[in-house]
Design a protein around this ligand. Structure first.
Ligand SMILES: Cc1cc2nc3c(=O)[nH]c(=O)nc-3n(C[C@H](O)[C@H](O)[C@H](O)COP(=O)(O)OP(=O)(O)OC[C@H]3O[C@@H](n4cnc5c(N)ncnc54)[C@H](O)[C@@H]3O)c2cc1C
Length: 393
């Protein structure tokens, strides 16, 4: 598609959709975005009180380079958006055993060190002294990266959606995609669930975990995975706030555990980057009964001061998992007029400042340093996605 302006239909108003809309509008295209919303949609993965923003990606140079670029944009957004949406607390990486070659933490530390990033190796004594909420005896090794922290994801999507409307993006809330319209061998638009038809030069599909259920021809390469998220009330607030309690991961490559500092009202979010549960994101959501005891067992062992903390919220949130854990941003080779931008695989929010650019470049056929990794691909060997605990449910 040349650079002349055209009319783009975007399905889905999460971080992929809103940022793609903003970028395409800035490049002069007419853009209509539809979502069953409101936006941010309460069930969207992007809608949450916090998401981890980290540059630590094991041996993966590409994601590290992307995060070096994205971090600078996150810092700039705090000024631009006039609100602190990115909280740079740094990120603490704890390990249950000494860091070993091949481990997510070891490889991340080595790569960051090689690139001159100021990471600090820690032993139990240092962990206990600097981060007293932790049962440091359990964690003999780890490191602290002062770069990174958390972003108020739902707030970011809300602010960017407002910006998109101000820029002239037509946002249709309450409108749900039902099926593609095709004519003359190409996708020419879509029909909504209420039967209304929308026509455009291109359809960009950014429906997150709903993508493989709305476009079943993708079901072999991506699928929705439910993950449990809990909020607990931290009473002794200073103990659970930076600098002595930054964003953290607890041997995340093996256990999946990660979490956030307590917010001003004491809300402390805890989650697990594990295998989760495969289910349809359109169905009613119920956190499985097995989840809370598992979360509490972790707290009792690692953060004993929170073992009896009051639970204030629980939720199922969905990943759009690709078979190799990499994002999926490319034109459908068999359906001209359709571009799929999804596949966040539980780790895309931190790249929010880049997702619109990558998608717009792919749509326009403009060279992009990252796009090749996210191109349309066949399911091959399961590439080890960074830091995903696979053995524990
Ligand atoms: C539990 C959990 C924790 C996570 N933690 C982190 C983290 O710490 N750091 C990080 O970087 N990433 C994290 N992620 C990943 C990140 O949240 C996602 O990769 C990202 O938000 C996906 O954005 P999206 O726009 O693709 O999808 P979503 O935000 O889910 O948006 C999809 C949109 O599609 C809309 N939609 C659904 N059906 C239709 C339809 N029929 N028609 C039109 N629109 C429709 C929905 O309403 C929704 O607004 C986490 C994800 C989860 C689930």
């Amino acid at each position: 598609m040349g650079t002349s302006s055209s009319h783009i239909l975007i399905v889905g108003g999460g971080t992929y959709g809103i940022n793609t809309a903003l970028e395409l509008r800035a490049r002069g295209h007419a853009v209509t975005l539809l979502d069953p919303g409101p936006i941010p949609h309460p069930d969207a993965a992007s809608t949450d009180i916090s998401k981890v923003i980290r540059m630590d990606y094991g041996k993966d140079e590409l994601y590290l380079q992307m995060m070096v670029e994205a971090l600078a944009l996150w810092r700039a957004w705090n000024d631009e958006l006039g609100k602190e949406v990115f909280h740079e607390t740094g990120v603490l990486y704890l390990t249950l055993d000494g860091m070993q070659p091949g481990d997510f933490e070891y490889e991340s530390y080595q790569l960051l060190h090689k690139h001159g990033h100021p990471v600090e190796r820690l032993d139990s004594a240092e962990i206990g002294k600097r981060y007293p909420a932790w049962n440091a005896e359990l964690y003999p090794d780890g490191y602290y990266n002062p770069q990174g922290g958390w972003a108020a994801s739902g707030r970011v999507v809300a602010l960017l959606a407002k910006r998109a409307e101000q820029a002239g993006v037509t946002i249709l809330g309450g409108v749900a995609f039902a099926e593609l319209l095709e004519a003359g061998g190409r996708v020419t638009g879509l029909r909504a669930a209420d039967g209304q038809e929308y026509h455009g030069d291109q359809v960009v599909f950014c429906a997150g975990s709903w993508t493989p259920v709305l476009l079943p021809h993708l079901a072999d390469v991506m699928w929705p995975t439910a993950q449990a998220v809990f909020h607990f009330l931290a009473e002794d607030l200073p103990l659970y706030q930076p600098p002595q309690f930054p964003v953290w991961t607890a041997d995340v490559g093996k256990t999946g555990w990660y979490g956030f500092p307590a917010q001003g009202d004491g809300t402390l979010k805890l989650a697990n980057h594990g295998v989760g549960w495969q289910q349809d994101p359109r169905l009613p959501r119920q956190v499985p009964a097995e989840a809370e005891p598992r979360f509490r067992a972790f707290l009792a062992e690692s953060l004993p001061g929170l073992a009896g903390a009051r639970k204030t919220f629980e939720r199922l949130c969905f990943y759009c998992d690709t078979f190799d854990g990499d994002f999926w941003i490319d034109k459908d080779p068999e359906r001209p007029g359709l571009l799929v931008s999804a596949g966040g695989s539980g780790h895309a929010f931190k790249f929010t400042p880049l997702l619109g650019h990558i998608t717009a470049d792919v749509l326009e056929g403009t060279a992009n340093p990252y796009a090749a990794r996210f191109a349309w691909r066949k399911r091959g060997a399961l590439a080890a996605e960074e830091a995903r605990a696979v053995e524990r449910k």
